[in-house]
Design a protein around this ligand. Structure first.
Ligand code: AMP
Ligand code: MG
Length: 348
């Protein structure tokens, strides 16, 4: 700290008055403290050889070229030791770590300018459906705006992936086949729509024909029709449901952890006990992820199930900052009960 560097023992011997010799500033190489003297020093400057303590400037009085100290000092006061934080040879991170901004501060402090990283996954995103129109064009009867692709691309980029827009593919087996065959250079292909059981739900069929489906359908709500598998030697695919909320929820539950695992990392959705702020009743059957507003309230977490839980209804996403997880056999919850909340943001 800003003050005077001393040998603690000198203070007592010299009756708490020491002549001031020299100055040690930030960026100076360490000087040497002559025995029986004190040296002016500033926060961030190196300790002079021989000094073992700092007395902060607020505690001393200056008399001509002498410094008067009020009392003895504990050796080691107000200084930071080399190697206190980390030492040469310490392992700072293990492979598989997703480096945060804070991690880069630590690496910088350790003088690390380069680290080996895994390449970003190349991910191609497409929507499927004959009814879909890109926003910005007028709607004709029978058409709706396509709303999955942009959000999925942005979520991927937030995760640090190299995400590419594959456009909207028609519900035509030949078109889908051709499109899928052009995806061999991608690590992941993510589609939405066409993964269910309708006559024109061709995505899953074409994936099954060209690649290998590892699983199809999850016992969750929203998001039942999801397929996962491989095409060729490189590409994994996720065929997500078309319903916009299902698509975004399955992204969070399946795609995000898979991408992180692909990068040798570990992901975990934290689940926290929360108090239900309202009732939510339903038919048991599937594990449900209820869009919710979570509020940190005086050290407790309150969870409100939002209105408009239909898998086509994006409106509630305005308020959503988490899910309430309802187990498959549960008929819901009542106000005041403890529920399992999954925060999606730190904005609680
Ligand atoms: P599908 O999974 O293809 O059966 O689609 C389920 C529902 O989601 C249908 O009502 C579709 O019109 C709708 N849908 C599919 N894809 C999208 C999309 N990309 N944007 C908005 N709605 C979609
Ligand atoms: Mg469709």
């Amino acid at each position: 700290m800003d003050g005077y560097a001393v040998r603690a023992a000198d203070l007592v011997t010299a009756g708490f008055v020491l002549p001031r010799h020299g100055e040690c500033r930030c960026g100076d190489a360490p000087g040497e403290l002559a025995p029986g003297t004190t040296m002016r020093i500033f926060t961030g400057a190196p300790m002079p050889e021989g000094a073992d303590s700092i007395v902060i400037q607020e505690d001393v009085k200056l008399e001509d070229d002498k410094v008067v100290f009020p009392r003895s000092v504990q050796p080691g006061s107000h200084l930071r030791r080399r190697g206190e934080d980390f030492r040469r040879g310490d392992v700072l991170y293990h492979a598989g770590r997703r480096l945060s901004s804070y991690d880069l501060a630590l690496l910088s402090a350790a003088g690390v300018a380069q680290i080996p990283v895994y390449p970003r996954a190349r991910v191609l995103v497409a929507a499927t459906g004959d009814e879909l129109v890109t926003p910005g064009t007028p709607l004709r009867p029978g058409q709706i705006y396509e709303s999955n692709r942009l959000a999925t691309l942005l979520l991927l980029r937030e995760l640090g992936m190299d995400a590419m827009d594959g456009g909207t593919v028609r519900d035509q087996p030949s078109e889908l086949r051709a499109w899928l065959k052009s995806c061999a250079d991608y690590d992941f292909v993510i589609t939405s729509g066409g993964a269910s059981v309708g006559d024109h739900d061709l995505v899953k069929q074409v994936f099954a024909e060209i690649g290998e489906i590892k699983f199809w359908k999850a016992k969750i709500k929203p998001g039942k029709p999801i397929a996962f598998g491989r095409v060729g030697t490189r590409t994994h695919f996720f065929a997500l449901p078309g319903n916009p909320v299902s698509s975004l929820v399955t992204f969070k539950l399946f795609v995000e952890p898979a991408l992180i695992a692909w990068h040798h990392g570990v992901s975990r959705l934290p689940q926290l006990a929360a108090t239900a702020a309202n009732d939510f009743r339903r038919h048991p059957g599937r594990t449900e992820f209820v869009r919710a507003r979570l509020i940190a309230d005086d050290g407790k977490l309150l969870a409100t199930a939002l209105r408009g839980q239909g898998s086509h209804m994006l409106g509630a996403l305005r308020e959503t900052n988490g899910f309430i997880r309802v187990e498959a056999d549960s008929a819901g919850f009542r106000e005041g009960e403890t529920v399992m909340a999954i925060p999606l943001s730190t904005d609680l």
